[in-house]
Write a protein that binds this ligand. Structure first.
Ligand SMILES: [Zn+2]
Ligand SMILES: [Zn+2]
Length: 339
């Protein structure tokens, strides 16, 4: 199976937290948190149109400036999602600079902050020096069990969040593909059909839930010629497509190990293919972790185990353990594999 999401941490395990996720079959990428992100480089930063912020402590938000700088001259909209206070934080960042020469720039920034029952939205446009424009509040959709709610719904994926206790609200996120579409290239080949862009369109139609009798025209690029052809979706699906379970990635940072957080995190990460979880402390320093509203490596491992995830990746290590990163990893993986 060719996974639809390919994900990697923005920095090494002692660096600022952040997760970059490429969405295959599209030129899109998602970014979780905006700590230092120089390692991504401008190309990847620019691809990230949807950005999910856990909370705005400095190590999770200082990279906003770098993103703003590379996006400024581009005709794009940056979409930021996060907890209450995010709009004011973005506004504060934008107020930190002078904008008298940007009126020709097409950048827009759209921010949504998720409160318990309502979503507050505001946009900022370079053309008017990033004046804040608030939109009417709308209700949050679908408070599922354990307080998770929908942040973004796209035909190809959904992003869910939970508000975790970090003395402020820190959002954990789960990215989920509704189902995975596998194309059987051998059978395509046997039928004399080429691979190419038209298969991306097939996937889009399936994700959009188009019916079996849906007809579409596609352009096929054979080795020496181009062909326009009409297909029936159900026929293509039956002959060349296998549907399997969708991919899931969970991202949790900056949360205390209390009963409520634990229940929310386990539910959020349930059966994830990859669970990215913070592990700033070793369990011998569990008291310190508790005081600072953070997890230990063992706690991360135990929750990953209870959630039945396939793979656990720990990060956001405290600098106090510099040189001892392998111990944090060993403790987390030990608890994950053996309990
Ligand atoms: Zn924090
Ligand atoms: Zn942090």
């Amino acid at each position: 199976m060719n996974p639809s999401f390919s994900s990697h941490l923005v920095n090494d395990v002692f660096g600022d937290p952040g997760l970059f996720v490429e969405v295959r079959w599209s030129k899109r990428a998602l970014l979780f948190d905006l700590g230092h992100n120089d390692a991504l480089g401008p190309t990847r930063l620019l691809r990230a149109g949807d950005i999910f912020i856990s909370h705005t402590h400095m190590d999770h938000f200082i990279g906003f400036d770098a993103l703003l700088r590379v996006a400024l001259r581009r005709g794009k909209t940056l979409r930021l999602y996060g907890p209450p206070g995010l709009i004011a934080n973005v506004q504060g960042k934008l107020h930190g600079y002078t904008w008298n020469l940007v009126d020709g720039y097409p950048l827009a920034i759209a921010v949504q902050e998720f409160h318990a029952h309502t979503i507050h939205s505001a946009t900022f446009h370079a053309t008017d020096g990033f004046l804040r424009r608030d939109a009417p509040e709308i209700p949050v959709i679908g408070h599922a069990s354990h307080g998770s709610f929908c942040i973004l719904e796209d035909p190809m994926f959904t992003v869910q969040a939970v508000a975790l206790n970090h003395r402020i609200s820190s959002f954990g996120y789960a990215l989920q593909e509704p189902f995975h579409v596998n194309i059987n290239k051998e059978r395509l080949h046997e039928a004399g059909l080429p691979v190419g862009y038209w298969l991306k369109e097939v996937k889009q139609y399936l994700w959009q839930g188009k019916p079996d009798d849906f007809r579409f025209r596609a352009t096929l690029y054979h080795e020496h010629h181009r062909e326009e052809r009409e297909f029936v979706l159900g026929d293509v699906r039956e002959r060349f497509v296998t549907i399997s379970r969708g991919q899931k990635i969970a991202y949790v940072v900056d949360a205390r190990y209390d009963e409520e957080n634990e229940a929310k995190i386990i539910e959020l990460a349930r059966s994830a293919d990859i669970f990215y979880c913070e592990a700033p402390f070793l369990d011998q320093d569990a008291e310190k972790a508790w005081e600072r509203y953070h997890l230990t490596a063992r706690q991360a491992g135990l929750m990953a185990r209870k959630a039945g995830v396939r793979e656990l990746v720990v990060f956001h290590f405290s600098p106090r353990y510099t040189g001892l990163g392998h111990q944090i990893v060993a403790e987390a993986q030990g608890a994950f594999r053996e309990g």
